[in-house]
Design a protein around this ligand. Structure first.
Ligand code: F0G
Length: 368
């Protein structure tokens, strides 16, 4: 079936709330697109910046904390920002198929946007280490899903070689259009706050997103849209923290499977961001990640996936360093629904099972 590839085919209905037309149309003048680019969009972007006062209270001293909830994108993660650009440009260049390695979210986004553009998507994933929701998405969107007996780094090696030797366009974050799309998240943060935050806390895996945010902040700074630049605070899972240790991790290990990466493709860019912003890379343990994950849901009503909670876990870990009265944004990269197994397994709140079908008994369980 052929799907019309562009929202230009439906000029009047391809709009979301407040006439939002997706991030390419909104930030067109900052992006490498032209009139000839077929815009492949699911109206991604425009995600909320949510105040989290309960988390701010744990720091005190007048610090304000927000989460950029990118789990509300069409496929449930920030990857949609990069994918609308990567797939639109691949379409413009005449590609018929795309490929990526993925810990899950990239594969879901690539699969969705590729179908939107009537292209084939191949995704190579580490067998057994992709959360159920992400796998379900890639399958239902119709991608060819290939699970290898290896980790993400192995999968990335394979897809790089495949894209060099076969007619498939690589849409991992080594594709420069991906970062171009993802930088728009920084624009949105500034558009809401009126300036850049003092700190940006962000989970780091392949290190594309931290590089993209920095690009966005610096471009907006140059354009006079913000007066300052944030300190970029990257957090990696302790078992997969090559940017902290300074060397690749051969067997990365963390329950935050999205960031189970030992040799980030954007290593040099990430180091440059740390240097330029006066930032840091710090590790967070799986226990700290789970604590932040539960805290976000139970205190703030925000359900993100475990890898995303690394940003909040990290902020709380280094909270003594936050300047008084600072504004901090933590990036929540993916939706909690991506990984229901983790939620059920690690919730301290237990399902009350085996209750008789009886009004009084139910009321009793409720404590009445
Ligand atoms: N958070 C989530 C939910 C992710 O899916 C990823 C990366 C990251 C953070 C880290 O972002 O790689 O730009 O530093 N997921 C990739 C994937 C690797 O295949 O979906 P990064």
């Amino acid at each position: 079936m052929s799907i019309p590839p562009t929202n230009l085919s439906y000029p009047n209905i391809a709009k979301g709330a407040n006439n939002w037309q997706g991030l390419i149309e909104t930030y067109r003048s900052y992006l490498p697109v032209s009139k000839a680019t077929p815009v492949v969009t699911l109206l991604e972007g425009n995600t909320p910046l949510i105040p989290v006062p309960g988390i701010a209270a744990k720091i005190g001293r007048g610090v304000k904390v927000y989460v950029k909830y990118d789990g509300l994108n069409p496929t449930g993660s920030f990857k949609d920002r990069g994918m609308t650009m990567a797939i639109s440009k691949a379409k413009e260049e005449g590609a018929k198929a795309v490929i990526c390695a993925s810990t899950g979210n990239t594969s879901a986004a690539a699969a969705a946007y590729a179908r939107r553009a009537d292209m084939k998507a191949f995704v190579v994933i580490p067998d057994g280490y992709v959360a159920l929701g992400k796998l379900a998405q890639a399958l239902l969107y119709g991608a060819e899903v290939i699970a290898i007996n290896g980790n993400f780094d192995d999968a990335l090696d394979i897809v790089r070689q495949l894209s060099e030797n076969y007619p498939v366009t690589l849409v991992n974050s080594v594709n420069p259009y991906r970062l171009q799309g993802q930088k728009t998240a920084a624009f949105e943060v500034v558009d809401v706050l009126g300036d850049a935050p003092d700190w940006l806390c962000i989970p780091v895996g392949n290190a594309g997103n931290i590089s993209a945010y920095w690009m966005g902040f610096t471009e907006y700074h140059q354009a006079g849209k913000c007066a300052r630049l944030p300190k970029m605070m990257g957090f990696q899972a302790a078992g997969a923290a090559p940017l902290v240790s300074g060397e690749p991790v051969k067997n990365p290990d963390t329950l935050a499977t999205a960031i189970r990466i030992g040799n980030p493709a954007n290593w040099h860019k990430a180091i440059a961001v740390r240097e330029a912003s006066g930032g840091e890379f710090n590790p967070v343990t799986d226990t700290e990640i789970l604590d932040a994950y539960r805290l976000l849901a139970s205190e703030e009503g925000v359900f993100c996936e475990p890898a995303s909670a690394a940003s909040v876990a990290g902020l709380l870990k280094v909270k003594e360093q936050v300047p008084d009265n600072a504004t901090v944004v933590c990036v929540l990269t993916g939706n909690g629904l991506k990984d229901p197994d983790c939620a059920v397994k690690h919730s301290q709140n237990q399902l009350k099972q085996g209750i008789p079908n009886d009004l009084e008994k139910v009321a009793k369980v409720m404590g009445f």
